[in-house]
Design a protein around this ligand. Structure first.
Ligand SMILES: [Zn+2]
Length: 280
């Protein structure tokens, strides 16, 4: 076993126990021993309650998000990939899936968080595509919540994503996360901070394994309003740069969209420790 695989396996194993503590005992108990008189065979694998995955395609409606040189809109690309990922996740009958939006409509950031919380989601994945002044910059990156941004670019990105909703007429600046510090305290008490980091690292590792081009220092942190559910491990994935011509083209190609969805599904599998035999 290579060092990478061992570390990955350990991370997955460690995560299972952390998850059990963080999810309020919602993990299904192993099946109890069955009385001998019952001849009915038990299923080979005990059926756990399907995890609820909350997918959040960014932007929508009057908020197009980032724009590519050929006119590609972030809101369209991320919705297509979120739908692909929904299909991927549902195909194995092991997950339930909710989308923050399933149409080209705008949902305020706080409402996205509130919906995931109301549904008691087990995982929150926000899908985005970025833009950069330097058109050579390309590759995917993954973000988790932090009060202090890891670097200026991450801080600027979080400010952009948080502001996106506020530019829409009638929206107030209330989208700004004023409660990141508070949320982080609640998250660390519940183990959600560690779970979110593990989720982000799992996405990065799975992307790398599946040949998805990555931004250097792929896992970064900043104060994203949409990642502020205290109970739900959450990450925001920037799937590439629409400002880069190659990334823009790839993000509109159906084959590539589906490949990204498969890699994200494999990440979710790996996060829950259920993907050992499934490849993306
Ligand atoms: Zn975005």
């Amino acid at each position: 076993m290579s060092d990478f695989r061992r570390r990955h396996l350990l991370a997955v194993l460690a995560g299972v126990s952390v998850l059990g503590m963080g999810s309020g005992g919602a993990l299904a108990a192993p099946s109890k021993r069955r009385p001998k008189s019952m001849a009915k065979p038990t299923p080979a694998v005990p059926m756990a309650k399907p995890k609820l995955i909350f997918l959040d395609p960014g932007h929508g409606g009057r908020d197009p998000g980032a724009l590519g040189g050929r006119g590609t809109q972030e809101k369209t690309v991320v919705l297509a990939i979120a739908r692909d990922l929904q299909r991927e996740l549902l195909a194995g009958n092991r997950y339930r899936v909710l989308l923050s939006r399933n149409t080209d409509s705008y949902v305020p950031l706080r409402e996205r968080v509130a919906r995931a919380q109301a549904a008691r989601a087990d995982l929150f994945l926000s899908l985005h595509a970025d833009a950069h002044g330097d058109h050579d910059v390309r590759g995917a990156s993954v973000y988790t919540l932090s009060e202090e941004a890891t670097d200026r670019e991450a801080a600027a990105l979080a400010a952009r994503e948080n502001r996106a909703g506020a530019v829409i007429s009638g929206m107030r600046l209330s989208e700004q996360p004023d409660n990141v510090a508070q949320t982080l305290v609640a998250m660390s008490q519940r183990g959600t901070v560690n779970d979110s980091r593990r989720l982000a690292d799992t996405v990065v590792a799975t992307f790398a394994r599946n040949g998805v081009r990555l931004l250097p220092r792929t896992h970064r942190q900043a104060g994203f309003a949409v990642l502020t559910s205290p109970e739900i491990p959450a990450a925001l994935v920037e799937l590439g740069y629409l400002s880069n011509p190659q990334d823009e083209k790839l993000l509109t190609v159906r084959q590539h969209q589906m490949a990204l969805a498969r890699a994200l599904r494999a990440s979710v599998d790996a996060y829950f420790g259920t993907g050992a035999t499934r490849k993306a």
